[in-house]
Design a protein around this ligand. Sequence first.
Ligand code: 4AZ
Length: 232
Amino acid sequence: IRGGQVSDIREQPWQAAITVYLPRAKSYNFLCGGVLIDSCWILSAAHCFQERCKRLRVVLGRTFRLQNSSSEQIFDVEKYWIHEQYDDETYDNDIALLKLKSEFGICALHSPEVLPACLPEPNLALPDWTECEISGYGKEEECKIHYQTICQCKKLSGRLVTPNMVCAGDTRGLDDACKGDSGGPLVCKKNGRMTLMGLISWGDGCGKKDTPGVYTRVTNYTNWISSKMRAN
Ligand code: 4AZ
């Protein structure tokens, strides 16, 4: 996160860190952010998983990327799905769903540090300039930004913003997602609940004036998410 403030995981208890096993180093390295949406299910960005067949592990309940914490819960990933129409050139449909490995059908246990975000109703529309929050381990921070149903223009720095994307930013160009935050949450308060409206996807740099960040538009994928969860 660019701008933003250092934050405790209890402010964003759905924030996940996705790590990948590096055989040479014999250790797991941070890969991307993710969002806990149910005990055994994590959403993230498809572009994080372009190299296939990697051993993945998810860390929940941790405030700092590299600092173990007594509240953390760690899970291997049983399987993951990249959206069938994901386009790695335009980042259209930049969404992936991960299933955590469990023994008895229960994975994450709820605690003040580990709690799922709510998914929106498929037709939920928020007014432009609704205040929302993003978080990430890019710099262990969160920040407040404004939701924009449509970008000021259909293109951002020459790249197409498709109807499967939503923009959000801070007009001053201070607070923004940045490298390492991809896959993490854009949550907005709706009827008192923090609702997942976006997944950090791409942008033109970070924190440039009048240049919002681009997020995967989660409302377009609620059917895709629930059908995968039901079938698996
Ligand atoms: C990235 O590289 C990235 N300012 C994510 C979001 C934004 C820029 C870069 C948006 O993961």
